[in-house]
Each structure stands twice: as structure tokens, then as C-alpha cells.
Design a binder for this molecule. Structure first.
Ligand code: C2E
Ligand code: CA
Ligand code: CA
Length: 615
């Protein structure tokens, strides 16, 4: 039922009855509930209440049509007094109704209704009530509708109108907050899932596709960790704006949190449109973001799921896009991948592996293998690199490639790395006690471990608890971990050096550092990546690089080790080039601690012999 029609009907049928008062009160409540935005209906209902009430009171006081007589000072006084009483009753009634409807505190609503925007509002209100009383009294029951025309409806309650408007604004702001990300003002996960449900629901066009694009920034963690959260926020806001620019007005660009965004594309004829959008994203996100002082560049990986409405739930669609995103990340980042069913299986596998890895430490499933690093000229074992293995209950021994990246992403590398470091230091201590010239123990630190704020403290603690001579510990870092933030890295490396430990740069040659750029880091050992060593006998370029590195290193205060020495021929070349150290299957595979100890007992490896120790 239309409320305004009802108001008019009640008005015409029984303009004089007391029912009108209560009736319009109820209607007022209905008007608020059903059409909170319809201020006119509200005002009409109010005015009815007012005029009817005034007429009733005057009638009760013996004022009838034609019986008014001359207006005496007493009757004027009576009108004013009645006006005050009615104004009070009226504002109380309105406040109570509004408070019931909106849930606001009644006293607060009343003060808004009665006083509103100030004394002028209150006076205007009061005068209108008085006018209503007077007109209704003079005209009496049958003419009361006339009073309604005379009392200007729209201005009866400006303060209340203001109050309701404000409320609506506050409600809208609250609703907005609940469904939007405060930083970028993009829809959040809640709203995203709601919109996705709408796109996939029964009202969707069945012959089109919905594209779910899961966008994740590639270097964001680095920006956040090294340049600070404010810089990170600036990048996120810029990326949000670019994603919005690259999509059509009807598409949804949402932020799930962190550096994860999801874009919904509707009414796609086929996958090519979604791929085109993903390409636009890639180009646009890759443009530098200006931070004060300098520019930073990030890239985006995109996972695309294409869903036919009615064929998947919103959660399925998101999960598929996420699986495709993982694939894009694994495929080298800064690319897009369209979901295919096998990826879902991989993702489930990954989730299971993550849960198992979480338990692996407590269940003592991690093991350490030790691979000798050998003096090329003499065959003496200079040190051993510690390599972690996972003795998986069903899958057997897993190599780091199968789980270290996962540990990095999930943060499990923290506890795992801590365990590796502590165990390696204890093993080093055992060798320190056993041999007069004990070997150095090399421990790998991943990029994320290197960025841990308490790294120096935890290394110091591990050394102290094991009682290992710091000079017998060598931390191996990758070029990318160091070069990600050269000045921060230089400071951390100096503090580590201050503990007395050795530092090695791992996989040298695979990153972007030149020999000259290494000068600023207090590094002791360069480990030439095994890719160059593999090329020693067949690639003149590789050989030239190894030769140059070996020749220039001493001037930079660096020692050199060649990784991945697999053949006698490679070893012979390294010896000719006077490379100091070598590591690889040609000398020994990674060994359990006891086997490594046995090798050390033999006082060194004869480099001319081929050792093939199972590990
Ligand atoms: P990496 O630091 O370059 O370690 C050397 C890798 O090369 C080891 O693989 C080793 O088994 C392998 N290798 C040694 N000699 C040869 C050879 O002659 N030929 C070939 N083809 N490979 C050889 P692994 O044990 O699978 O470790 C892989 C990577 O996992 C390591 O590369 C290292 O970056 C990482 N890693 C291993 N243990 C740890 C750890 O405890 N913590 C961290 N953060 N990373 C680790
Ligand atoms: Ca290493
Ligand atoms: Ca290496």
C-alpha cells in the first residue's frame, strides 16, 4: 500500500476523529520504515497529526464552528498555551517514533526535532504548531483539511529532515566501509564475492563467460620491507588506480588485502578479451611509480579463471584463478596464465604439502646433508656446505627445490632456517673438537631469512649455544638477496662480519652484480654458479668468465669456489685456471654427518680420485 494514499484517505474519511491522531502516528511509522527517503509523505503525516491534535484539543475546550465569539486576550493565551503543550507532545511523539525506527537514542532525536539547527528552527516549528492549532480551531472539524493546506508541509520539520539525512549518510558511510578497502577504496573481499555471486547467479546470461583475474604484485614484499610501509601504500594506491583505468566501467576491481587484487570481467564472448585485459594490466603496472626521491618498479602476475554462469560457485572461481596465479608465479612471474583443471590438483597438493611442512620440524623429519668443498690444488676438505633434506613419511627424501620456496612463501623458512643454523653449528662444534684444523661449515640463507630483523642476533645465539668458533661458520647468500637492497644488505653484512663469521656469495653470475659492485660488501668467498662450470670444456664464453673471476678476485680480497664440478676434465681446467676451491659430485655428493666425518678422518680427498659416495 502506498502510504501517501493511505494518509489522504484517513484524512478524508474521518478528519475529526481521535483515530486520526493514532492512525497518522502509525502511518508515520510506516512511512519511515517503508520509504525512509520520502520526506513529503513524512511531512504530510506529521501535519495531519498536528492539525488533528489541535482541533481535538480546541473542541474539547468547547470551541465549535461559529461559536468562537470575539477573540479575547484569554482565548489567545489559551491558544499559545495549547501550542506549547502540543509542540511538546508532538515533538516527543515524533522523537519516539523516529527513535524506534532508527535505533537512535530518543533524547538525542528529541533535541534534534525540537531545537534542530538552532533557536530559529525551534521558533519556526513552534509558530507552525501554534498556527495549526489556531487554524484548526477556527475552521473546526469539517474544515480541518483546509488547515493542512495552510500549514506549509515541507517546512514543518527541517531539523528532523536534517537529522534523517545525516543518519542516512552515516549509514551509507558505514556500509561503504564494510564493503570497501580503506586504503584504495576498492571493493573488498565481501563485496567481491557478492558481485561474483551476482555474475554467476541465475540472472546471468548463460552464453557468456565471466573472467576472474587474480592479480598479484611480484616485488611488493621487497618494496614494503626495504622502503617502508608508506612507500608500499603509495605503490598499492597507484596500482589500484591503474587496474581501474585498464578495466571497463561495469567491471569490478577489488583488493583482497596485501598486494592481491581481483578483477571481474562480465559478458565475455571468449578468453581472448580476458587475456587482452591481463596484458594491459601487465604493461600498466610495470610503469614506474614515483615515490619522493626515486621511482620504484613492480610487476604483476595474473591468474585467469573463465567461468560460465551457473557452472561454478564464487569460491570455486576464485580458487581456480588463484591456482592459475600460482602457475604464473612459478613460471617466472610478470606473466598471466589461464586456469586449467590440472592446476587445481597442484594447488591442493601444495596446500597439503604446506600443512605437512608445518609439522615436519616438530616430527623431526628434517635432515642435514654435508657436501665437501675441496681445495683444488691439494684435495684437502676446506669446508662443508649444509644442505637441508626432508625425510617425508610417504614421499621419501625431498630435496630443497621441492619445499624451500614454499617455506619462503609461508614464512616457515624462519623456524626451519633457525633449526638448520643451530644444527649446523652443533655439527661444526663436534668437528672443531675432533680435528686440529677443522672444516668451515657453510649455511645457506634465503632472501627472506636475510631480511629478518633479528638475523644477526640469531646467528650470534646459535654460535654461542653450540660453542662454535665464528670463523668456522660461513653464511651463503644469493646475489639476489644482497642486490635487492644493496645499502641495507651492506649494513647487515657488516654486522654479521662483526661476529667473526665468513660470508659467501652463492650462485655468482646468475644475478646482476658486477665484480666491481661487490667491493662494497665484506664478502670472503665467491661461489661461481655451476652453469659456468658446466660450460668449462665446451663454451669459450663460460670459460672466459670463470678465468676473469678467478683472476680478478684476489684484488678484491675474495676467494673463489667453483660449484657443480662433475668431471675430471672440469677439475683439470679449474686447476689450470688456479681456482682455489671446488664443490661437486666429482668430489663427493652431499653426505650424512657420519659419512662426512669419515671422509674428514681420511684427512682429505685425493682430487685425482673420483669419489662417488651415496648420499
Ligand atoms: P645451492 O646453495 O647452490 O647448493 C648446491 C646445490 O647443488 C645442492 O642442491 C647440491 O646438491 C647441488 N650440487 C652439488 N654438487 C653438484 C654437482 O656436481 N652437480 C649438480 N648438478 N648439482 C650439484 P640441493 O641440495 O638440491 O639444494 C638446492 C638449493 O636449495 C641450494 O642451492 C640452496 O640454495 C637451497 N638450500 C639447500 N639447503 C638449504 C637450507 O638449509 N636453507 C636454505 N635457505 N636454502 C637451502
Ligand atoms: Ca649454497
Ligand atoms: Ca650455489
Amino acid at each position: 500500500l502506498d502510504t501517501s494514499v493511505l494518509v489522504a484517505a484517513v484524512l478524508l474519511v474521518d478528519p475529526a476523529g481521535a483515530m486520526l491522531v493514532t492512525g497518522s502516528g502509525k502511518l508515520l511509522a510506516q512511512a519511515l520504515r517503508r520509504q525512509p527517503r520520502d520526506q513529503t509523505v513524512f511531512n504530510v503525516a506529521q501535519t495531519v497529526l498536528l492539525a488533528a491534535g489541535g482541533g481535538q484539543v480546541l473542541a474539547a475546550g468547547g470551541w465549535h464552528a461559529g461559536h468562537l465569539g470575539p477573540v479575547s486576550p484569554e482565548s489567545l493565551l489559551l491558544v499559545v498555551a495549547l501550542g506549547v503543550v502540543l509542540w511538546l507532545l508532538n515533538t516527543l511523539a515524533v522523537a519516539a517514533i523516529v527513535a524506534l525506527q532508527t535505533g537512535d537514542a530518543p533524547a538525542r532525536v528529541w533535541s534534534r526535532v525540537a531545537v534542530g539547527g538552532g533557536p530559529a528552527d525551534a521558533l519556526a516549528h513552534f509558530v507552525q504548531v501554534g498556527l495549526g492549532v489556531l487554524v484548526a480551531g477556527v475552521a473546526d472539524g469539517s474544515a480541518r483539511p483546509l488547515a493542512l493546506l495552510l500549514v506549509p508541509a515541507g517546512t514543518a520539520y527541517p531539523a528532523l529532515a536534517h537529522h534523517l539525512r545525516e543518519r542516512r549518510r552515516a549509514d551509507a558511510a558505514l556500509a561503504h566501509r564494510a564493503t570497501h578497502d580503506p586504503l584504495t577504496d576498492l571493493p573488498n573481499r565481501t563485496l567481491l564475492l557478492e558481485r561474483l555471486a551476482g555474475l554467476l547467479g541465475p540472472s546471468a546470461r548463460p552464453d557468456t563467460l565471466v573472467g576472474v583475474l587474480f592479480v598479484d604484485l611480484d616485488r611488493f614484499k621487497f618494496v614494503n620491507d626495504s622502503l617502508g610501509h608508506e612507500a608500499g601504500d603509495t605503490v598499492l594506491v597507484a596500482v589500484a588506480a591503474r587496474l581501474r583505468e585498464c578495466s571497463r566501467p561495469g567491471d569490478t576491481v577489488a583488493r583482497l588485502g596485501g598486494d592481491e587484487f581481483v578483477v571481474l570481467l562480465k559478458d565475455l564472448p571468449d578468453r581472448s578479451v580476458a587475456e587482452g585485459v591481463a596484458e594491459r594490466f601487465a604493461t600498466s603496472v610495470a610503469a614506474p611509480v614515483a615515490l619522493d626521491g626515486h621511482d620504484v618498479t613492480v610487476s604483476a602476475s595474473v591468474g585467469i579463471a573463465l567461468v560460465r554462469p551457473g557452472h561454478a560457485t564464487p569460491t570455486d572461481a576464485l580458487r581456480n584463478a588463484d591456482a592459475a596465479l600460482r602457475q604464473a608465479k612459478e613460471g617466472g612471474k610478470a606473466r598471466y596464465v589461464v586456469y586449467e583443471p590440472w592446476m587445481g590438483a597442484r594447488l591442493r597438493e601444495r596446500v597439503a604439502l604446506e600443512a605437512e611442512l608445518r609439522r615436519a620440524l616438530g616430527r623431526e623429519e628434517l635432515r642435514l646433508a654435508y657436501q665437501p668443498i675441496v681445495e683444488v690444488a691439494t684435495g684437502r676438505i676446506e669446508g662443508l656446505e649444509v644442505l637441508v633434506r626432508w625425510q617425508h613419511p610417504e614421499r621419501g627424501i625431498l630435496l630443497p627445490d621441492a619445499f624451500v620456496a614454499l617455506a619462503e612463501e609461508t614464512g616457515l623458512i624462519g623456524p626451519i632456517g633457525g633449526w638448520v643454523l643451530a644444527s649446523a653449528c652443533r655439527q661444526g662444534r663436534a668437528w672443531q673438537d675432533r680435528f686440529p684444523a677443522p672444516p668451515v661449515v657453510g649455511v645457506n640463507l634465503s632472501a627472506r631469512q636475510f631480511q629478518q630483523p633479528d638475523l644477526v642476533g640469531s646467528v650470534e645465539r646459535a654460535l654461542r649455544e653450540a660453542g662454535l668458533d665464528p670463523a668456522l661458520l660461513r653464511l651463503e647468500l644469493t646475489e639476489s638477496a644482497v642486490m635487492a637492497d644493496p645499502s641495507g644488505a651492506a649494513a647487515t653484512l657488516r654486522r654479521l662480519k662483526g661476529l667473526g663469521v665468513q660470508l659467501a656469495l652463492d650462485d655468482f653470475g646468475t644475478g646482476h652484480s658486477s665484480l666491481g659492485s661487490l667491493r662494497r660488501f665484506p664478502i670472503d668467498l665467491l661461489k661461481i654458479d655451476r652453469g659456468f662450470v658446466a660450460g668449462l670444456e665446451r663454451d669459450a664464453g663460460d670459460e672466459a668468465i670463470v678465468r676473469a673471476v678467478v683472476a680478478m678476485a684476489p684484488a678484491l680480497g675474495l676467494r673463489v669456489a667453483a660449484e657443480g664440478v662433475e668431471t675430471g676434465g672440469q677439475l683439470a681446467r679449474l686447476r689450470e685456471l688456479r681456482c682455489e676451491l671446488g664443490q661437486g659430485y666429482h668430489f663427493a655428493r652431499p653426505l650424512p654427518a657420519e659419512a662426512a666425518t669419515a671422509l674428514l678422518d681420511e684427512e682429505g680427498l685425493d682430487p685425482r680420485l673420483r669419489f662417488d659416495v651415496a648420499g
